[in-house]
Design a binder for this molecule. Sequence first.
Ligand SMILES: [Fe+2]
Ligand SMILES: [Fe+2]
Length: 349
Amino acid sequence: MSKQSFFMTNQRISADDKRIINNGRTVDCNQLVPIKYRWAWNFYLDGCANHWMPTEISMQRDIEQWKNPDAFTDDERHVIKRVLGFFATAETLVGNNLVLAVYRCVDNPECRQYLLRQAFEEAIHVHAFQYIVQSLSLDEGEMFNMYREVEAIYDKDEHAMSCTSSILDMNIEDLKTTKGLQTFIKNCVGLYVITEGIFFYGGFVTMLSFGRQNRIPGTVEQIQYILRDESIHMNFGIELINAIVDENPKIWTDEFKAEIDTFIKSAVTLEKAYIKECLPNGILGLNCDLIEEYVQYLADRRLEKLRLSAFYGSKNPFPWMSEIIDLKKEKNFFETRVTEYQTGGALEW
Ligand SMILES: [Fe+2]
Ligand SMILES: [Fe+2]
């Protein structure tokens, strides 16, 4: 990067001058106002409005149920551990990508404001899984090393991390080239569409199925908050990707679209392998076929949002998931918690 890019000019910034990427100064004061990308600011406000902390949620009933040898079958305990083990390190993987790769490349201040909020939410999600593992007295070594020791999880993480490392290998000046921008877009698809939009959903649907039977309710409530956050993360990411493509239409070649299409389909294959590992036998009315159908249905929706063609033609076998995700319909859903944040008046210096 040329040294010149570290020096400010004395000209005022107008909203029209702003771009998502390649604003010319990676290190800057990040002048938020005038805001051009109102959607990015609104995602930030939505994220703040959804604030929560893992320790607000009681884990007492989960602890009692988990200790009861008759409360879960072996298959049920297996899938719960596989889901928690995947999430326990996937959240830090996402946080790394955000902070090391995405924040570095996206130099628009409105988007960076949201990225800072998202990074904090990823820290909260990491905290949530640490809190669940600790509450249930699960084997920490087993849970936090599962990504190394279970092949289906290792493969998903490798798929996700390959994108981050390609950004780190890149010089920031490369973002001015078609190849560099395509590399960055592929990373964003890997993070926002695949990891947060596909790899998380086998786990989400499984855990929420326990919730529908009033089992491990504290864990399920944490997952519901995470699902709410993640659907905002993914929607922000898709807006971001489409905005970069709109500002740089020449990167969206047929060849690159085919590469993204193949990338998403390869993720669906990995998610199916993970589901088979989690659910070798059916539980709670769930089986591999149904969840695979669901993952294909989600992949089609993600492809369409990226303005690509749906491929699988699968139906949604879990319409109740849509109701949970569309939280505007669930007005009373998140009103059960007691919130006592330390306010300014309560601070003692
Ligand atoms: Fe997360
Ligand atoms: Fe996320």
